[in-house]
Design a protein. Sequence first.
Length: 159
Amino acid sequence: MQINARFEKVSFTQFAEYGNEQTYNEIKIPKRATELSAGYDFFAPTDITFEAGQTVTVATGIRIVMPNDYFLMIVPRSGLGFKYKLRLNNTVGIIDADYVNSPNEGHIFVRMTNESDKTLEIKKGEAFAQGILLAYNTTADDCVTEQRKGGLGSTTKPK
């Protein structure tokens, strides 16, 4: 089933801290590899090297616009997790629909650790993570009216 959602680049101003204009212009929008793939592959905006035990944060340059009752789940590509024990530092990344309105334009960052004893090299343009769009429900007694006021981790900051 298709929904009204789309991946976009964040502005160059938002990305500039993490790469130059050429890198920004070459960012690939996430896409599915096959007709029945559940996940949208996220592609490395630059060459990434994960030494054994090393943690790397990837500024993807990507954001997602999606319906309010959806979220994007970010996970490592299965093969990288299997071969290199590559894992997300927060185990599963959850991107809420209102994250796109945050001060960082909803810029998706992926922090991963190579828990193997081998060096992993991901070339620019290669898929390294995947995002899966999922619908969610709320309870009948849900009465949250708070609006997002920040970016990453902002929903748990004291008011």
